[in-house]
Design a protein around this ligand. Structure first.
Ligand SMILES: [Zn+2]
Length: 335
């Protein structure tokens, strides 16, 4: 279960200001954002480690110990923390101004991982959390909070703030526009969908879903936790807080065809808001195929992106009666 956590308004403003200062210092930049220029401005070094080879990581950390002053003890603690942290894609050594990224990541994910670490650096208050001090271990909610803040900063930077908003609002809010935004800003499809939903300035509620193909779920798929991400616009979050990921995934499943790759179809859907009022949405989905990293047999995975956008608001007086079933307790009415 992974609905996009919201970052507090005052924190957002702080991050927005830092990103905007940084972008204007780097005058005249056009998308895609050149991360090397960003790092050089912030005097951040970049190194790669192999996530598959812990000894390589240990060796890299040893070099930090030598250059650091009182880092030795902290670094040891950091090491323990790093290794415990499953699926770590990157890390930042604050005092050393070094970023490390797992070199086994897919190239497009490098960009996000690298910029995520830069995002931490832009949140000066993260310094105290990222030391990995075991006595100060982060609670999961605190960890989720700082990760959301770093991701927010990362998104603002990679999509260059207003530059993306202009681009977004100049095209129809449809999955077909995603391809062109992806090319312009050279970020992953999932992160582009994420920004499209969060930056949408129109008056309609919007929801984005990143999931498996509903008709080709892989081994170990958990039907109670079916979506990789559910991204909600502010107005969607305010109006449809009772809607669960399972319900959203079931909507996607209800109209998607079985094709592997390409458009999976679209559907008009009625959603009931938290007050029981009905709203018409159009949902559409697209399936992207990718090579599963590390697969020797060339196995492919599926990533399905879904965009749901509210049409006009309906009065509850015209709520359609669904044959034979009471809609009073149903959260969703899937035609
Ligand atoms: Zn992080």
């Amino acid at each position: 279960m992974m609905k996009n956590p919201s970052v507090k308004g005052s924190v957002q403003r702080q991050i927005d200001n830092s990103v905007s200062r940084l972008l204007s210092d780097l005058r005249g930049l056009e998308p895609p954002l050149d991360l090397e220029k960003v790092r050089s401005r912030l005097k951040l070094g970049l190194e790669f480690y192999s996530g598959k080879d812990p000894s390589h990581l240990r060796q890299l950390i040893h070099t930090i110990k030598i250059s650091g002053h009182d880092l030795i003890e902290n670094t040891q603690r950091q090491l323990g923390w790093i290794i415990q942290k499953v699926g770590l894609k990157g890390l930042i050594f604050w005092e050393d101004n070094r970023i490390m990224i797992d070199k086994d990541l897919h190239a497009i994910k490098h960009r996000w991982a690298e910029c995520h670490e830069i995002g931490h650096k832009l949140c000066a208050w993260h310094k105290h959390y990222l030391l990995g001090d075991s006595e100060n271990e982060l609670s999961p909610s605190c960890h989720a909070k700082i990760e959301a803040e770093a991701n927010y900063a990362c998104g603002q930077l990679l999509f260059m703030q207003d530059r993306f908003v202009e681009e977004l609002m100049s095209r129809p809010m449809k999955l077909s526009s995603l391809e062109s935004h992806t090319k312009t800003f050279r970020n992953s499809k999932a992160s582009t969908l994420w920004r499209m939903v969060e930056e949408y300035k129109g008056s309609h509620a919007v929801v984005g879903i990143v999931s498996e193909h509903p008709h080709h779920t892989p081994e170990g798929f958990d039907p109670l936790d079916p979506c990789r991400y559910v991204i909600q616009s502010d107005s969607f979050r305010q109006q449809f807080s009772n809607l669960t990921e399972v319900q959203l995934f079931n909507i996607v499943k209800s109209y998607c065809n079985h094709k592997l790759g390409g458009p999976l179809g679209s559907q008009e859907v009625e959603l009931l808001d938290d007050n029981g009022e009905s709203h018409e949405f159009v949902f559409e989905s697209f399936c992207y195929r990718f090579n599963i990293p590390g697969s020797k047999t060339g196995e492919k995975g599926n990533q399905v992106l879904t965009l749901g956008i509210q049409q006009q608001k309906r009065s509850s007086l015209t709520l359609p009666v669904h044959s034979g079933r009471s809609t009073a307790t149903a959260r969703l009415i899937v035609p």
